[in-house]
Write a protein that binds this ligand. Structure first.
Ligand code: ADP
Ligand SMILES: O=C(O)C[C@@H](O)[C@H](O)C(=O)COP(=O)(O)O
Length: 328
């Protein structure tokens, strides 16, 4: 029985897009010459929900999918992954599923070609977010991209309000994608608005620069500003250089990246978030949680997808045990 059917609680509920990734099956080749792709469920918050469910968390999802074959594929995959999909709404206005074609030019030269015009996920409305559903979560994981357009923007803000009302911890994954946003100023306004209400904020250094509408920002300045508001933990990722977690009490923790055979660069952020949150939910300390995130990311960058590739707990723990001195 799902948590929904039993009326149970969720460890986390993610809100935002559930889409399709089409990952090049020909490696080290430019998109112009790539002829074959493999289909996976994609979209940062969907990937985080999938990664969390694979680690054994009780995960739910709130979003809108297209009323077509892709939408049904997404629902079926998420159900089989053990995610409660009762918060998924089906679009009735002919909007399409977002597509992401990925190019794997070399292990460190990857790009994503997005098809996101009029996508169903950005049409999620506030009245389609059920306060009673959100209140059953320990954490609400918000994707920044879902703030890019109305009515999805208002739907997310409604979910944030519901979470605050019921004492649900808000996790804000900045998940910045340049398309869909109109201006840097608008992005900065909405990113700051939600970051200031969140308990945990996770992003790359570049994404915090977007939030601040600045270039070359410093972690100390970012955290000092955020800690004037609701955040208790701020995670700032620096790619292969590793990542930092800062606490409101003044703690600073660092994790290095784990050595791996990199196949592609994307998928790191979503696997990092799911394993980091898993560790926190299981009561591990912040330093350990950073290691779980980093280990999970290093596993996913060595594999083909961002969703199906999410590791099991045993794989993460084996990597941490096997590489006590990570690189960088
Ligand atoms: N090439 C790599 N090898 C091993 N781990 C990596 C690599 N790139 C990123 N990671 C891990 O994934 C984490 C998130 O990566 P990052 O690139 O900062 O995020 P995003 O995918 O959101 O842009 C890093 O902190 C690091 O632990
Ligand atoms: O988020 C998307 O819409 C695309 C993802 O599914 C894709 O796999 C990806 O870009 C993951 O990126 P990450 O931020 O490096 O985890």
């Amino acid at each position: 029985m799902t948590s929904e059917a039993s009326g149970g609680k969720f460890d986390l509920i993610a809100i935002g897009r559930a889409c399709i990734d089409l990952n090049a099956t020909e490696y080290n080749r430019p998109m112009e010459e790539t002829m074959t792709f493999t289909k996976y469920v994609g979209g940062s918050p969907a990937n985080i929900a999938i990664g969390s469910a694979k680690l054994g968390l009780r995960a739910g999802f709130v979003g809108k999918i297209a009323d077509d074959q892709h939408g049904r594929f997404i629902r079926g995959y998420m159900e089989r992954a053990g995610i409660d999909v009762s918060g998924l709404t089906v679009d009735t206005e002919g909007h399409k599923t977002g597509l992401a074609f990925t190019e794997i030019k070399s292990p460190d030269e990857c790009s994503i070609l997005m098809y996101r015009d009029d996508v169903a996920d950005l049409y999620l409305r506030p009245d389609e977010v059920d306060e009673d559903y959100i209140r059953r979560a320990g954490m609400l994981v918000v994707s920044g991209t879902a703030l890019a357009q109305s009515p999805s923007r208002e739907a997310v803000l409604a979910a944030v309000q519901a979470a605050k009302k019921h004492g649900v911890k808000i996790v804000f994954e900045l998940d910045y994608r340049p398309y869909t946003w109109k201006t840097p100023e608008e992005t900065a306004v909405y990113y700051s608005l939600v970051a200031e209400q969140a308990h945990i904020v996770i992003g790359t250094r570049d994404e915090y620069d977007i939030m601040e509408n600045a270039v070359g920002g410093a972690n100390e300045v970012t955290t000092a500003n955020l800690f004037k508001h609701a955040p208790e933990i701020v995670v700032i990722k620096h790619g292969v250089e590793g990542s930092y977690a800062y606490t409101r009490e003044g703690g600073t923790f660092r994790a290095h990246a784990y050595r791996t055979q990199v196949l592609k660069t994307f998928g790191a952020g979503d696997s990092y978030a799911s394993a980091f949150l898993y560790a926190l939910i299981r009561g591990k300390d912040l330093e350990t949680a950073l290691r779980y995130g980093s280990a999970s990311a290093s596993i996913v960058v060595s594999r083909h997808s961002s969703s199906d590739a999410m590791p099991a707990v045993e794989e993460i723990e084996a990597l941490i045990a096997g590489q006590p001195v990570p690189h960088a």
